[in-house]
Design a protein around this ligand. Structure first.
Ligand code: NQM
Length: 364
């Protein structure tokens, strides 16, 4: 971090603030920083991030976090040194009511804001009408391609695209991802975990597919109702902890992955109904890479959810969620080695909300 209060970073962040842009990315919201503007040491950086977001506190009243995991997110962005990659994007999930910052997951929603942020900060140049940016998701190693509209060399946030969970319309942002990893990390289409038949899938985000009926859930419940239901979170968490080991993630008790999906037959003309534990709160809609993983998983014959799913389009998988539908575009393929792989394309929007300096509180 540079020590020039008038340059890219401040000598004393508490007095001088730190350069920060707040963007809505898809159905999430986060604070975006240039890597050069925050401390390089992860422990020092995480302490700073907690003080910026106002954690730990259920209301995050003394910070800029939005008191929900979906609005307590940070993106750290820099030019990439990797070949064929423009930008490195490190995602940090900032816990709301615990002093915890985790880099063990990425976020496809904040990914939507990374290209526009990189252009705004001069990390890339782009000519009209469209910017195409190769972004390395540092948390997972995957590389995404993001495309968005450009006007006068700057991102054009205005447009006609709408996504469920965000009022109004904005400029479409196209996100493509082709993870190198196998889609089924255990190599099995179904695993028996904590007394449940589950499918473990990773198409950019590790998720566990479960039959909601086994948990007494029929898919009409709101996220708040599921969060309040006695014993449900404990039951889901038992599966998650065991599944985490199978994913090779080790002890996931302090991690926010894998994400846990209760699946139901579709009720609104989509392919399948979803409710996602992420993992303590229930998602108000669905994450981007989670959607890719679910859509890819239910296309595998025999996987949990495949029998209840109504899939009548080879490209589009409309996933019903609490606020509407997310149409994931995935292609799954089983290679001659028997290994399933997938690619995904997602439509998101993003919007710059605020650009300036953020002032962390003096002490954690
Ligand atoms: O799955 C939620 C979100 C996400 C992650 C979460 C995400 C994704 O909706 O790609 O975007 O943090 O669990 O932003």
């Amino acid at each position: 971090m540079a020590a020039d209060p008038h340059g890219s970073a401040a000598a004393d962040p508490v007095r001088d603030g730190i350069r920060c842009m707040l963007l809505r990315g898809g159905t999430s919201k986060g604070a975006y920083f240039l890597a050069d503007d925050v401390p390089a040491d992860p422990a020092v950086r995480d302490d700073l991030v907690l003080r910026i977001m106002g954690s730990p506190d259920p209301a995050q009243i003394d910070g800029i976090g939005g008191a929900h995991p979906l609005t307590s997110k940070v993106a750290i962005v820099s030019r990439s040194q990797e070949p064929d990659v423009d930008i490195d994007y490190l995602f940090l999930q900032v816990a709301v009511d615990e002093p915890v910052v985790s880099d063990r997951q990425t976020c496809g929603n904040l990914l939507a804001g990374v290209g526009p942020f990189a252009l705004e900060r001069g990390l890339i140049e782009a000519a009209e009408p469209t910017a195409t940016v190769r972004i390395r998701l540092v948390n997972t190693g995957d590389v995404a391609t993001a495309s968005f509209a450009v006007r006068d060399g700057r991102p054009d946030y205005d447009g006609a695209a709408s996504i469920d969970g965000v009022p109004g319309t904005a400029c479409p942002i196209d996100l493509q991802l082709a993870p190198a990893k196998p889609l089924l990390p255990t190599g099995n289409v179904v695993d028996e975990v904590a007394g449940h038949r589950v499918t473990l899938v990773d198409d950019g985000m590790p998720v566990v597919l479960m039959d909601a009926a086994e948990f007494g859930v029929d898919g009409t419940e709101t996220p708040a109702e599921l969060e309040e239901r006695a014993g449900l979170h404990v039951q889901v968490e038992q599966v998650r902890l065991a599944a985490g080991e199978l994913f090779g993630l080790g002890d996931v008790s302090a991690q926010t992955v894998p994400k846990m999906f209760l699946l139901t037959p579709p009720r609104h003309g989509g392919a399948i109904g979803t409710r996602a534990f992420i993992p303590a709160r229930v998602h108000t809609s669905i994450g981007v890479l989670m959607a890719a993983s679910v859509a890819a998983g239910i296309r595998i014959p025999g996987a949990v959810g495949s029998a209840m799913a109504r899939i009548d389009d080879p490209d589009q998988t409309p996933l019903e969620h609490p606020q509407g539908v997310f149409t994931a575009r995935v292609a799954v393929e089983q290679g001659s080695d028997g290994v399933w792989r997938a690619t995904s394309t997602s439509l998101r929007t993003a919007r710059k909300l605020f650009d300036g300096r953020v002032f962390p509180r003096p002490r954690t």
